[in-house]
Design a binder for this molecule. Structure first.
Ligand SMILES: *Cc1c(COP(=O)(O)O)cnc(C)c1O
Length: 440
C-alpha cells in the first residue's frame, strides 16, 4: 500500500489508545470521579445501539427501528427506579452536567437565585456562577449564592444557612432552588436538617449525587429522596460504576417538566449505547452494590488513617476523615497540590490537585491549590482492601514526604498492580479490567 499520512495518523491513534491501556494496567488510579466499568458495560457500549436515534420517550419515538431499544430503555428505567426507590427516572441525560441542566430548566427560570456549595467548599462548576463560567450561571442564567460552610466539620452549616435564607428573603433574593451534593464530598450534606425548612419557602431541593451515587445505591451514605430532596441528579460513572452518562430521579409530579427539559430541551440523541450500559450497571449495582459500597467506605477510612499515620494533614480529622469514597489531603507542608499531582503521576499514581477551604482567601488558585483529592472507588472495584491501602499510603509518603525518586517507587506500584487485573462486583469478568479489545 502507498504511504499515506492519513494512515499514519490512523495508526498513531490506535497505538496511543493501546499505550493508555497498558499505562492504566500498571497504575494506581485514584481519581475520585472515575471508576472501572465491567466488561458487560463495555460490551453494551460497543453495540449497534450507538449508531441509532431514539428521540422521545420509549413507545412514542420519532423514528422507526426502536423496537429493541424501547425494551432496553423500559428495563433501564425500571432498574433505576428500583435502585433508588424513586417514582420517576429519566435515563436520557448524557452526563451529570446535562442532568443538572435538566432540573435547572424544569424548575427555575433565568434570573432566579440558586443556593449551592462554592467550589473550595466542594461544589461543582455546574453549580457555579456566570463569572466563573459555571453552568448554572453561564448557560441557564441563574444567580448563585453560596451556603455558609463549616471547614472544621467539612459540611454545610445548618444554622447559618437558615439565617442566610431569611436574609436573602429580606433582600428579595430568595432562592428558587437549593442544590446539595458536591465534588469534594467527605460527609453527607444536611438534607434532613434543611429540606423541610427550605421547602417551607417554596424552594425546590435537588441533590446532586454525581460522586456518591454508587454509595447511595449501596445504602451507605445518605438517602436524599427519603431525607426530603425533591429530585436527584447524578453521573452514572463515578462511585456508580456505569458508562459515562447522567440520570435524573424524582416524584410523579416532576415527571412532565423533567421529560420536556431532557428531550427536546437538552438532547436529540441520548447516546443509546450508553443508556443500555447504564441498565447493565444498575443491575450490577442492585446485585453487588451493598457489598461494594461497604468495601469502598472501609477502604477510604483505612487509606485516610494510613496517610494520617504517615504524617499527612488529612482533612475532616475531627470526624474520622471521611464517610465517602474520598479523602482530601492538605499538602502545603511539602509543596502544593499541583506539584504533588505531577510527582505522583511519574510513579503511576494518578490523583488530582484540589482547591480546599481557605485556598481562595490565601490567594492560591486551581493550578497550585493547597490539596489533593484521592478516591478509592476504582481500586476497590479491582479488589483491593485494607493492606493495599496501607501500601499505597506508603508509596505516596515516599514520593511526597521522603522525596524519593518517583521512578524507584514506580517498580513497587507495578508489582502491586499485577494481582489486580479483573473487575470485581459484577456478573461476568472474563475480560481483563484494562484489556484492549481489537475489532479491526
Ligand atoms: C462530576 C460532577 C458533575 C458532572 O458530571 P459529568 O457527568 O462529568 O457531566 C456534576 N456534579 C458534580 C457534583 C460532579 O462531581
Amino acid at each position: 500500500m502507498a504511504k499515506s499520512a492519513n494512515r499514519d495518523s490512523y495508526n498513531k491513534i490506535f497505538s496511543k489508545l493501546k499505550e493508555h491501556h497498558k499505562w492504566f494496567e500498571n497504575s494506581i488510579p485514584l481519581i475520585a470521579s472515575e471508576n472501572i466499568p465491567s466488561p458487560a458495560v463495555r460490551e453494551a457500549i460497543m453495540s449497534d445501539f450507538g449508531n441509532r436515534y431514539a428521540e422521545g420517550w420509549p413507545g412514542e419515538r420519532v423514528y422507526a427501528g426502536c423496537i429493541f431499544i424501547d425494551d432496553v430503555e423500559f428495563e433501564c428505567m425500571k432498574l433505576a427506579k428500583k435502585l433508588y426507590k424513586a417514582k420517576f427516572a429519566d435515563v436520557r441525560p448524557i452526563s451529570g452536567v446535562v442532568a443538572n441542566l435538566a432540573v435547572y430548566s424544569a424548575f427555575t427560570n433565568p434570573g432566579d437565585v440558586m443556593i449551592a456549595p462554592s467550589i473550595p467548599a466542594g461544589g461543582h462548576i455546574s453549580h457555579g456562577k456566570k463569572e466563573h463560567s459555571g453552568t448554572a450561571g453561564l448557560v441557564h442564567g441563574l444567580e448563585i449564592e453560596f451556603y455558609p460552610f463549616d471547614a472544621e466539620e467539612m459540611t454545610i452549616d445548618v444554622d447559618k444557612t437558615k439565617q442566610k435564607i431569611k436574609d436573602l428573603e429580606k433582600d428579595n433574593r430568595l432562592p428558587k432552588m437549593a442544590m446539595f451534593g458536591g465534588s469534594l464530598f467527605l460527609f453527607p450534606h444536611p438534607v434532613k436538617e434543611l429540606a423541610e425548612f427550605l421547602k417551607g419557602y417554596g424552594i425546590h431541593v435537588n441533590y446532586d449525587a454525581a460522586h456518591v451515587a454508587g454509595l447511595i445505591a449501596g445504602g451507605k451514605f445518605q438517602d436524599p429522596l427519603r431525607e426530603g430532596a425533591d429530585t436527584m441528579t447524578m453521573s452514572t460513572h463515578k462511585t456508580l460504576f456505569g458508562p459515562q452518562g447522567g440520570l435524573v430521579l424524582g416524584g410523579e409530579d416532576h415527571e412532565e417538566s423533567i421529560k420536556k427539559a431532557t428531550f427536546p430541551g437538552l438532547t436529540s440523541s441520548h447516546h443509546i449505547h450508553h443508556m443500555a450500559a447504564k441498565a447493565v450497571a444498575f443491575a450490577e449495582a442492585l446485585e453487588f452494590g451493598k457489598e461494594y459500597a461497604n468495601q469502598v467506605i472501609k477502604n477510604a477510612k483505612s487509606f485516610a488513617e494510613a496517610l494520617s499515620d504517615n504524617g499527612f494533614k488529612v482533612l475532616g480529622e475531627s470526624r474520622g476523615f471521611t464517610q465517602s469514597h474520598q479523602i482530601a489531603v492538605n499538602v502545603l507542608d511539602y509543596s502544593d497540590g499541583g506539584e504533588v499531582e505531577a510527582d505522583l503521576e511519574k510513579a503511576n499514581i494518578i490523583v488530582n490537585r484540589q482547591l480546599i477551604p481557605g485556598d481562595i482567601k490565601a490567594g492560591r488558585n486551581y493550578f497550585h491549590p493547597g490539596g489533593i483529592r484521592l478516591g478509592v472507588s476504582e481500586i476497590t472495584r479491582l479488589g483491593m482492601k485494607r493492606d493495599e491501602m496501607k501500601e499505597i499510603a506508603d508509596f505516596i509518603k515516599q514520593v511526597v514526604v521522603d522525596k524519593k525518586d518517583p521512578k524507584k517507587v514506580l517498580a513497587r506500584v507495578k508489582s502491586l498492580r499485577k494481582n489486580y487485573q479483573k473487575v470485581k462486583f459484577c456478573f461476568d469478568n472474563k475480560l481483563g479490567a484494562y484489556e484492549y479489545v481489537k475489532l479491526r
